[in-house]
Design a binder for this molecule. Structure first.
Ligand code: ADP
Ligand code: MG
Length: 454
C-alpha cells in the first residue's frame, strides 16, 4: 500500500486543521474524497458524485490544499488529479434513467420550481456558508443541521437554495416525501381548515405536513403573531423534529433579531444551524450575471462591458440584478436593436438612476445646509445678520447657483433678498474662500453628497 493511501485519513484531517476548514465544509467537500491511485507522482483522488459541478468546485477550491499537504507530508513532489466516480452507474439496482416526466411529477408534488437548483446557484463569499450548509442537509436530510435556518435580506437566494435542497433530495432519494411551502400558503391553509369547521379537514392538513421526511418552510417571518398558525406550526415542527425528519426554514432575519418571535420558536430555530446570506460583492454579481446570460449567449451575445456595467450599478440584490438583465433583453427585442452599451444605458436608466429625475430645489438645498450647520432653515432665509447664519446663507446661494438653473434674482427672492447683487456677492464670497479654505471645500463636498446621493 502506498504511503499516501495509508495516510489518507490523516492527510484529510491535516488539511482541515491547517486550513481551518469548518466542520460543514469538511463534511461537505473533503470527508468523502477517496484515495484512488498514485502513479508517476500523480495522485488521483476520486469523488463519488453524479454532478460534475461538484468536482469542478472541489478542484478549484481544494486541489492546492491537497497538493501542498501531500508534498509536505511525503517530502516529495506530487501532482493532483481528480476523477468522478459515477455513483449512478455503479449501482446496478438504480433505475436506468428516471424519466423526466416522472421527475417533474415528483417536483410538482413537492411544490418545487424546477428552475432553482444547486447547479445554477452561483457560489460567492456572500453565500458559500449557506450554500454548503444546504448541500450538506440535502445530502443527509435530518442527520445534519436540523433545523437548518437560512436567513438574509430579500432577493439574496433563500428561496432558490430551499428549492435546490428539495431537488437534490428527490434526485437522490425519489422515495422521500419532500414538501416546500411558503409560510403564507401554510397560514392560508390553516385558516381555511379552521373556517371549514370540520375536523377532517384539520386532520388532512396535519397529515399533509406531519408525515413528510423533509419540510421546507419559506419566509417564516409571516407566521409571527398569527396565533393558530403558530400553534399548528409548533406542533408540526415538534412532530417532525422528534421523528428525525429534516426541517429547513427561511427568514429575513436571525431568530434573535425577530423581535416578536416567541421564545419557544427562537430556541428551536437555533437548535440546528442558522446560516446567513449576505448581499453579493462585485465579483459574485458578475458571476451571477454571466450565469443568467448563458442561455442568451447561445444566440446573441452580451459583452463583458455591459455585464460589468450592470454589476457595478445594481448592487442591492440578485432579484434586481436579474430584473435589470431581463429588462435589457426585452428592451432590445421590443426595439429590435442589438444589445449595445448605449442601449443598456437607455434600457436601464430608471433602475440605475432612479434618483435622476428628482429635481434639486432651493428648498432641499436650504434644508440640507441648515441641517449640516445645525441652524434653523427659517434663520437662513431671514434677515438676521448673525455670523452663524451668514455662512450657511452664502453656502445656500453658492449651491443654488451651482446645482440649479435658477436666476440670481429668483434665488434672492427665495432668500428674501430684494437685490440680486446680494446673491452674487454671497456666491463670490464662497468661490473666493474655496480657493484657500480647504475645510470649507470639504464641508461643501459633504453637503453636495447629501443633496445628491451617489
Ligand atoms: P430570496 O428568497 O432570498 O428573496 P430568491 O431565492 O427568490 O431570493 O432569489 C431571487 C432571484 O435571484 C431568483 O431568481 C434566484 O434564482 C436568483 N439568485 C439568487 N441567488 C443566486 C445565486 N447565488 N446564483 C444564481 N441566481 C441567484
Ligand atoms: Mg424568497
Amino acid at each position: 500500500m502506498h504511503a499516501i493511501q495509508e495516510n489518507w485519513e490523516l492527510i484529510k484531517e491535516t488539511i482541515k486543521r491547517e486550513y481551518e476548514l469548518s466542520n460543514v465544509v469538511y463534511a461537505t467537500w473533503i470527508k468523502n474524497l477517496k484515495f484512488h491511485s498514485v502513479e508517476d507522482h500523480v495522485v488521483t483522488i476520486s469523488i463519488a458524485s453524479d454532478q460534475s459541478h461538484i468536482l469542478e468546485y472541489i478542484i478549484r477550491k481544494y486541489k492546492d490544499f491537497f497538493q501542498v499537504t501531500i508534498c509536505e507530508m511525503m517530502n516529495d513532489f506530487y501532482e493532483i488529479n481528480f476523477i468522478l466516480e459515477n455513483v449512478a452507474n455503479e449501482n446496478s439496482e438504480e433505475p436506468a434513467e428516471n424519466t423526466s416526466s416522472e421527475k417533474i411529477d415528483l417536483y410538482r408534488q413537492a411544490n418545487l420550481a424546477t428552475k432553482y437548483t444547486f447547479d445554477n446557484f452561483v457560489v460567492g463569499s456572500n453565500n458559500n456558508f449557506a450554500q454548503s450548509a444546504c448541500l450538506a442537509v440535502a445530502e443527509s436530510p435530518g442527520e445534519v443541521f436540523n433545523p437548518l435556518f437560512i436567513y438574509g435580506g430579500s432577493g439574496l437566494g433563500k428561496t432558490h437554495l430551499m428549492h435546490s435542497i428539495g431537488h437534490y433530495i428527490l434526485d437522490h432519494n425519489p422515495n422521500m416525501k419532500v414538501l416546500y411551502v411558503n409560510s403564507e400558503t401554510f397560514t392560508n391553509e390553516v385558516i381555511e381548515s379552521i373556517r371549514s369547521g370540520n375536523s377532517s379537514s384539520m386532520n388532512k392538513l396535519r397529515d399533509k405536513y406531519r408525515t413528510v421526511d423533509v419540510l421546507l418552510i419559506d419566509d417564516i417571518q409571516f407566521i409571527i403573531g398569527k396565533e393558530s398558525t403558530q400553534e399548528e406550526f409548533f406542533h408540526t415542527f415538534n412532530t417532525l423534529y422528534n421523528n428525525g425528519k429534516a426541517i429547513i426554514i427561511s427568514s429575513d432575519k436571525h431568530p434573535k433579531q425577530m423581535e416578536t418571535l416567541d421564545e419557544r420558536f427562537s430556541s428551536r430555530f437555533q437548535m440546528g444551524l442558522p446560516a446567513d446570506i449576505q448581499p453579493p460583492n462585485y465579483e459574485t454579481r458578475v458571476a451571477i450575471l454571466l450565469k443568467i446570460a448563458e442561455p442568451y449567449n447561445k444566440t446573441g451575445s452580451i459583452s463583458n462591458e455591459i455585464i460589468e456595467y450592470i454589476a457595478t450599478n445594481i448592487k442591492s440584490n440578485i432579484r434586481e440584478l436579474e430584473g435589470a438583465f431581463n429588462k435589457l433583453i426585452a428592451f432590445a427585442k421590443i426595439n429590435n436593436k442589438p444589445i449595445t452599451m448605449e442601449l443598456a444605458e437607455e434600457a436601464l436608466k430608471d433602475m440605475i438612476y432612479p434618483d435622476k429625475p428628482k429635481l434639486i430645489t432651493p428648498t432641499i438645498i436650504i434644508q440640507v445646509v441648515a441641517e449640516h450647520y445645525g441652524v434653523n432653515a427659517q434663520d437662513i432665509t431671514s434677515k438676521k445678520r448673525n455670523a452663524e447664519f451668514v455662512l450657511p446663507r452664502q453656502v445656500v446661494m453658492y449651491l443654488c447657483r451651482e446645482l440649479t438653473d435658477i436666476s440670481l434674482t429668483n434665488i434672492g427672492k427665495i432668500l428674501d433678498r430684494k437685490d440680486h447683487t446680494t446673491v452674487l456677492h454671497g456666491v463670490n464670497k464662497i468661490e473666493e474662500q474655496l480657493a484657500t479654505n480647504s475645510e470649507l471645500a470639504q464641508h461643501i463636498e459633504i453637503i453636495k453628497k447629501k443633496i445628491i446621493p451617489n
